[in-house]
Design a protein around this ligand. Structure first.
Ligand code: AMP
Ligand code: MG
Length: 582
């Protein structure tokens, strides 16, 4: 059997690619009220998430004409003084006014999230069947109170400062204050050119829009902090795309996702201001973000920016650990795609890892594997360094030093979160010395045997201790595959002994706990692909099926089983590729 030393090396490799582990001296635990409600959970809680469906939904608005948003707070920032919706270098502002360009019709509603429409937007889902909805939710008509804006941001892309980026194909429509007292920012994506479109056409095609719609909703129900999607509308507007950048340009069709987040500000939102020396505006934006989204931070606290930084460091570590715990690779972890609220945003060439492999890279354009799944934690560190760079102009020398200490704590926080989550995935209670070894040992065996990440953990949750002991799990394809590893018996012995020491823990409780954190269904690429092929022919049934199934990823469902969503992936799945083209 391997030595403890070897296992610890695996644990570190599995957790990230860091070397030093620093003690966090400054970070305070995050105030549960200071974030998105899902973001503030110490860990995913599917039951809390699912209970949304049970919220009483009486008195929902039936008339879209009553639906009102507000832009007051955001247009209070200085706006771009250059008038006109054309590409230009933008200075001294946070937003440019920019009107969406209506998609060429006829428009079709391809998908709608009842949970978002009713639970967040207070609208009766029946209104989504109207022509009015198609117009409002695609940017063709503006809701009451809407002043459409495109946000100016920059970012580090693939390690290098890329200058001005900004919302090149998304429009902010307004903030909606719902009856629960939450404020959500509405955006349409794929809604036409803005001053930030650079050489792009301002559009998004059906395939990438289906992926964003399905994945952001799926992530929410997995308990991972994320933007949400209200609807997906497809058009007949031709959009040219070279999907794999190989000269094979095809005509696809334009689509718009109506998406929501508590805030769309990113690390790049601050970076562009710091890089351009617009320090007053940087301070203004920071104060706004802190006042609106970090209520535990006092506006009169001289260390407010430092405390803000410590919360973002903490929550980013948590977010990436959550991604890892469900095998999610974002694909493009540039600073412009990293939210200040530490939620998952800007779904592009993401992927859920199938065979366990820390080098899994979902984006075929990422030749060097910069954003491989195993590199995400260290990329998070890189991005947080860039955030610190953007904050430096508003920090004193002493605060800058303290911020560096906070950043050093990131590795330890991430490893702690990762450890906690994987312990939960294995149903382990309390803390024992060999827990890291048990986790790392399992992951190493999974890597050696190319075992399916999702289903190995899920099937481990679905067997009783006796079944495991007797190895009676031949019907369980992922577990069966794992058991072929030459050290499987050693691991099993250790795991079963560890579990047997858990007092007052019944087999049933153990299994239920594990089933609540190990999904049976995730949005595998082949599942999305199959739904996309149909959606491109105006058959949205599979998008709807997937959306429904992924709303309860921890519950075994007949329709999902029939569709093979928990089965061994089909052979053609291996040939699929996703790129940045969208
Ligand atoms: P992404 O990789 O999707 O995060 O996009 C990076 C930047 O490119 C952002 O500023 C986007 O708004 C912009 N962008 C991506 N696709 C398009 C497009 N088709 N038209 C205009 N801008 C785009
Ligand atoms: Mg982006």
């Amino acid at each position: 059997m391997w030595s403890i030393y070897t296992a610890l090396v695996f644990a570190l490799v599995a957790a990230s690619r860091f070397t030093p582990v620093y003690v966090l001296e400054f970070c305070q635990s995050t105030d549960p009220d200071c974030h998105d409600d899902t973001a503030s959970n110490s860990h995913r809680s599917p039951h809390t998430v699912k209970s949304r469906w049970n919220v009483s939904v009486s008195n929902l608005m039936q008339d879209l004409g009553q639906f009102r948003v507000s832009c007051k707070k955001l247009i209070a920032f200085p706006l771009d003084e250059v008038d006109g919706n054309f590409v230009h270098a933008v200075k001294n502002c946070i937003f440019s006014e920019s009107t969406p360009t209506p998609l060429k019709g006829p428009l079709r509603l391809a998908a709608v999230s009842k949970d978002v429409i009713e639970g967040i937007l207070d609208l009766d889902v029946a209104v989504t069947q109207s022509d009015d909805f198609l117009q409002y939710a695609s940017g063709g008509r503006l809701m009451l109170g809407s002043v459409p804006l495109a946000h100016r941001y920059g970012g580090h892309q693939f390690g290098y400062w890329a200058g001005q980026l900004g919302d090149g194909r998304a429009h902010f429509l307004g903030q909606y204050s719902n009856r629960k007292g939450e404020i959500w920012e509405l955006q349409v994506k794929g809604s036409g050119k803005t001053p930030y479109s650079r050489s792009g056409d301002g559009r998004a095609v059906i395939r990438s829009s289906v992926r964003e719609f399905l994945c952001s909703e799926a992530m929410h129900f997995l308990g991972v902090p994320t933007s949400r999607a209200a609807s997906l509308i497809v058009s007949e507007e031709p959009v040219l795309r070279d999907q794999f950048y190989n000269g094979n340009v095809k005509t696809e069709r334009g689509a718009v996702v109506l998406r929501l987040a508590k805030s769309w500000f990113r690390i790049g939102s601050l970076e562009i201001l710091a890089q351009s020396g617009e320090i007053d505006l940087l301070r203004k934006l920071l104060d706004f973000v802190i006042n609106e989204h970090f209520p535990s931070i006092s506006s009169s606290d001289p260390d407010k920016y430092l405390v803000f930084y410590s919360v973002v460091v903490n929550e980013t570590a948590h977010l990436i650990a959550q991604w890892m715990s469900v095998g999610f690779a974002h694909g493009v972890c540039n600073t412009d795609n990293f939210s200040l609220l530490s939620i998952t945003i800007d779904y592009g060439p993401f992927g859920f890892m199938e065979s366990y492999n820390p080098n899994f890279v979902p984006n075929t354009s990422d030749d060097e594997g910069r954003y491989s799944i195993g590199a995400q934690a260290s990329v998070g560190l890189f991005n947080l360094e860039k955030l610190l760079g953007a904050l430096s102009p508003v920090l004193t020398q002493k605060q800058q030093k303290e911020a560096k200490v906070i950043l050093k704590g990131y590795v330890g926080i991430y490893q702690m979160r990762f450890h906690q989550m994987f312990k939960e995935k294995l149903g382990l209670l309390g803390e024992e010395e060999e827990d890291s070894y048990i986790i790392a040992f399992l992951l190493k065996m999974m890597e050696d045997t190319q075992s399916d990440f999702t289903m190995t953990f899920r099937q481990l949750s679905e067997v009783s201790v006796l079944q495991l002991y007797n190895r009676s799990f031949t019907q369980m394809w992922a577990l069966d595959n794992l058991s072929l590893h030459k050290h499987f018996s050693d691991w099993l012995k250790m795991y079963l002994l560890r579990v047997s020491r858990q007092e007052n823990d019944t087999d049933l409780d153990h299994q239920n706990r594990m089933k609540n954190v190990n999904p049976r269904y995730v949005l595998r690429n082949w599942m999305a692909e199959s739904a996309i092929r149909k959606a491109e022919m105006n058959d949205f049934s599979e998008v709807e099926l997937l959306h429904n199934i992924l709303s309860s990823p921890f519950v075994t469902q007949q329709t999902a089983e029939e569709a093979g969503y928990a089965a061994r992936p089909p052979l053609w799945a291996n040939r699929l590729k996703v790129s940045c083209s969208s």
